[in-house]
Design a protein around this ligand. Structure first.
Ligand code: PLP
Length: 376
């Protein structure tokens, strides 16, 4: 380990960081993350030394975590007796859900839609759980296929509220009803859509139910570090009943608390503080404005794409667009040479654009012209 003075050291760090793409450039078009709000950054710095894995030392930070979970639970229609935790993101939330259901149901088969995020493959490999993949119909879960798919081995069903590639919402009300009838818990992956759909509803874009309002929904993963504008890492995992966490509880003798109910041990209290700050600062109206702006730009961009003779894989339900091309990997690589970072939707051979708050209207024309040139 070579020793350096502070000046040399920060020069090196700044050179490395200069090679990164920056959200502020407006050229990152394929990420579900964005610039954290300045309020979140300020709160994050203030709580930098706190550890939620040891709440006996940091009871103030623990209270902030509980407040965040309370606010998110409220937004997601959680009933009395619900519980939740801050997690590192959608991946940890989804892993935790499958961990609980494997233990709770004493079964090892999990039903996922074709478009489920790859975090479920990680969960399957890590926990020796078998994924039973249900075909999509019009890019969302086919409920008839689901009905046939549920068996005595099913530990849980997963549905997605805001699919990674297309931003679509699975028919969660119908799925929830089937799950209730069959006595199988439903986990909703709302990592992206959790901070979008409640505001889409207020803005009149959708009236779909996706959260604890649906009886079958027993747990939800939602990410403040995506459309919640908090810092990375900030995820939240919620369960309908606190007792569900008993299935994954272990004694934590070396800390100042008795039990742990989370995958991670040491957990950043700074993420809870940042999320608390941005949620309180924005309030419902603030988030509604963010979603309104992103949706307006999404719709304008969708129109422009069609005007230029290009095709979308699906009409946008939230702020994600997927543009059909013939070789998505190559197009993305050519666009990267022109300093645009787009997502690749391999399933549909499409370029995936996530219209996050950092996406700038004034750059859309230039991007679409570059895309057309690259395609031709
Ligand atoms: N679930 C969905 C639907 C996602 O789109 C993503 C990430 O894009 C995840 C889960 C994983 O989230 P994270 O990368 O924060 O773990």
């Amino acid at each position: 380990m070579e020793k350096k003075n502070k000046e040399e050291l920060f020069k090196e760090l700044s050179d490395a960081h200069a090679k990164d793409f920056s959200f502020s450039s407006g050229r990152i078009l394929g990420s579900m993350c964005t610039q954290p709000h300045p309020i979140a950054i300020e709160a994050y710095k203030m709580f930098i030394e706190t550890n939620l894995g040891d709440p006996g030392i940091f009871p103030g930070t623990k209270k902030i975590e509980d407040e965040v979970v309370g606010m998110i639970g409220n937004m997601l229609h959680a009933p009395p007796g619900f519980y939740g935790k801050m997690v590192a993101g959608g991946t940890e939330g989804n892993l935790t859900a499958l961990w609980i259901y494997k233990k709770m149901m004493k079964r090892k088969e999990v039903i996922v839609p074709e478009h489920a995020h790859f975090s479920f493959q990680k969960a399957s490999s890590l926990m020796d759980v078998k994924l039973k993949v249900i075909k999509s119909k019009k890019h969302v879960m086919d409920v008839q296929a689901l009905k046939k798919g549920i068996s005595d081995n099913t530990a849980c069903v997963v549905a997605v509220a805001g699919t990674t590639n297309l931003g679509l919402i699975d028919p969660i009300e119908e799925i929830g009803e089937i799950c209730e009838k069959k006595g199988v818990p439903l986990h909703v992956d709302a990592a992206f859509g959790g901070f979008v759909i409640p505001f889409l509803k207020e803005l009149g874009y959708t009236n779909k139910k996706f959260d604890f309002e649906v009886d079958g929904v027993k747990s939800i993963a939602i990410d403040p570090h995506k459309m919640g504008l908090s810092v990375i890492p900030s995820g939240c995992f919620l369960v309908r009943k606190k007792s569900m966490l008993d299935f994954i509880s272990v004694k934590s003798p070396c800390t100042h608390t008795r039990m742990h109910f989370s995958l991670l041990g040491t957990r950043p209290g700074a993420s809870a503080a940042a999320t608390y700050a941005v949620m309180k600062y924005f309030g419902k109206e603030g988030y509604k404005e963010v979603v309104k702006k992103c949706m307006k730009l999404t719709m304008e961009m969708a129109m422009e794409i069609k005007k230029r003779g290009m095709k979308l894989i699906a009409e946008p339900e939230m702020n994600i667009l997927s543009i059909k091309v013939s070789d998505a990997r190559k197009v993305a690589m050519d666009l990267a040479e022109r300093k645009w970072k787009v997502g690749v939707d391999e399933e549909n051979n499409a370029i995936r654009i996530v219209v996050m708050p950092h996406v700038k209207k004034k750059l859309i024309g230039a991007f679409l012209s570059d895309l057309q040139e690259v395609i031709e």
